[in-house]
Design a protein around this ligand. Structure first.
Ligand code: MN
Ligand code: MN
Length: 465
């Protein structure tokens, strides 16, 4: 346990380095903070997967006068365009008045994928009066957190005939939900001795999907058969169609205000939709001189792999295409460009104070947090932004009165994490991590401050200008 006396002596005066945004904001800003939060919660509730977020973003972009871009199209100043990457990620761009060869472009990159439980390709089985789905978890989760809570099923299935079917069960009030069992404490003595990693192992993350047998004497697996009957009736799918599906279990919970004063928001998937949403709103609202590019990518949680992750050539191709459209040298454009890697960081949690180093931890409600570097143990795997880049960002934020703070994930040598920053920096683009501090990151229900998501919006907007 920490000694409170010692803690007090070590505590810094946060007034000089960190300001509580609620504390310093005037009445109209407070109102903007709370109004913004309502839109953000609606976004969280509508978008539980990257595909759903992709569709939401495109719908909003079209409302804002954006039109679809295809590789090879011509472009002109003032154009507002979007392009989807296979329905799992979107790039929006708004061509500014400044010469991209001289001034570069301004990019904000966030990710739309979140930790969840994906179905295996042969998921359905019956055992002892119940039927289940087998899962393979996606991203870094504490497996025990996903048991004994309502789960919703989201995704797509491609039927044998090639038809695409969208699935979303468990979000509406009258929908059924799904469930992973945990052991009763009465019989859990042995389980409670296990390490948290083993309390629930990956092959125990089996989803209860049925319990009603079909009335058919000849059927061997009656409960599995009844689930298949329903899937056929509702979606026209057969057991074999799971092979060409992407179905995920996510918490069947809505985003809610947390606390008597409603300062905070609890919700699923806030890493990284809490940065995606303000970046989207920022590009919509900004009157930009620079060419602004908002990238909302997939697969960050599993290493930015594949053709929809940040490592995909897709994103570099877009930049090259914008250069080509304006006869600009892509090398020069990249060299002059700047990028914010908009991903969450860990917020100081007084319940677990010993993993944080107070002077360099992000404090909840003190604004969007800049991690000059991420990585772990000796900055391994970090894209360490230069003092020059940080200096430029400081000036941009100061000019627009952005309330922000610096941060490092936790104590040195205690753990670490990475973001997409290094993959963008590799393209010879100055990149720095700036995102919203989160408590209980990667848990089924994560906690953020309304002040911080609004601060992120003001920060990204100032940067795009
Ligand atoms: Mn993230
Ligand atoms: Mn994450």
């Amino acid at each position: 346990m920490e000694n409170i006396g010692t803690e007090k002596k070590q505590a810094v005066d946060y007034k000089y380095v960190k300001k509580n945004y609620f504390d310093v904001a005037d009445e109209s800003t407070i109102k903007s903070i709370f109004d913004f939060a309502e839109h953000y919660k609606a976004f969280l509730d509508e978008c539980k997967t990257e595909r759903e977020a992709n569709d939401y973003i495109i719908r909003k972009a079209v409302e804002q006068g954006y039109s679809e871009y295809n590789f090879g199209d011509t472009l002109k100043k003032g154009d507002k365009k979007f392009i989807t990457n296979r329905g799992k990620g979107v790039v929006l761009f708004k061509i500014g008045s400044k010469d991209i060869e001289k001034e570069g472009v301004r990019m904000v990159v966030s990710h739309l994928d979140c930790p969840r439980l994906d179905l295996k390709q042969v998921p359905l089985y019956e055992s002892d009066g119940l039927s289940f789905f087998k899962t393979h978890y996606y991203g870094g989760i504490k497996k025990y957190q996903w048991t004994a809570m309502p789960l919703a099923l989201h995704g797509v299935v491609y039927l044998k005939n090639g038809e695409k079917v969208n699935v979303s069960i468990g979000e509406k009030e009258n929908d059924p939900v799904f469930y992973i069992s945990d052991l009763l404490p009465h019989l859990g003595q042995k389980q409670m001795q296990l390490s948290a990693k083993e309390v629930i192992n990956a092959e125990q993350l089996n989803i209860v999907v049925g319990g009603l047998p079909v009335k058919n004497k000849d059927e061997r697996e009656k409960i599995k058969a009844s689930v298949l009957q329903i899937l056929y009736k509702e979606y026209g799918m057969t057991e074999e169609d799971f092979i060409s599906s992407e179905l995920s279990l996510v918490p069947a919970l809505k985003a809610r205000d947390i606390g008597f004063d409603r300062a905070l928001i609890g919700g699923y998937g806030q890493d990284d939709r809490v940065c995606a949403f303000p970046s989207l709103r920022a590009i919509f609202d900004v009157d930009n001189q620079h060419t602004a590019i908002c990238l909302l990518v997939d697969k960050e949680e599993i290493g930015s792999e594949g053709n929809t992750g940040m490592k995909s050539k897709f994103y570099e191709d877009i930049l090259n295409e914008i250069c080509r459209a304006f006869n600009a040298n892509a090398c020069l454009v990249r060299q002059k460009s700047m990028c914010i890697s908009a991903d969450v960081t860990s917020a100081f949690d007084p319940n677990f104070a010993d993993v944080y180093e107070r002077n360099n931890a992000a404090m909840l409600s003190c604004g969007v947090a800049m991690n000059k570097y991420t990585g772990s143990a000796g900055k391994a795997g970090a894209s360490d932004a230069s003092a020059e880049t940080v200096g430029q960002i400081r000036q941009i934020f100061a000019k627009s009165n952005v309330v922000w703070q610096t941060s490092e994930l936790g104590k040195v040598d205690i753990g670490g994490g990475g973001t997409v920053a290094k993959f963008i920096a590799q393209l010879n683009i100055d990149t720095v991590d700036i995102g919203v501090p989160v408590i209980s990151m990667h848990a089924p229900y994560e906690l953020i401050s309304k002040a911080d998501v609004y601060s992120a919006y003001t920060a990204y907007k100032a940067f795009f200008e």
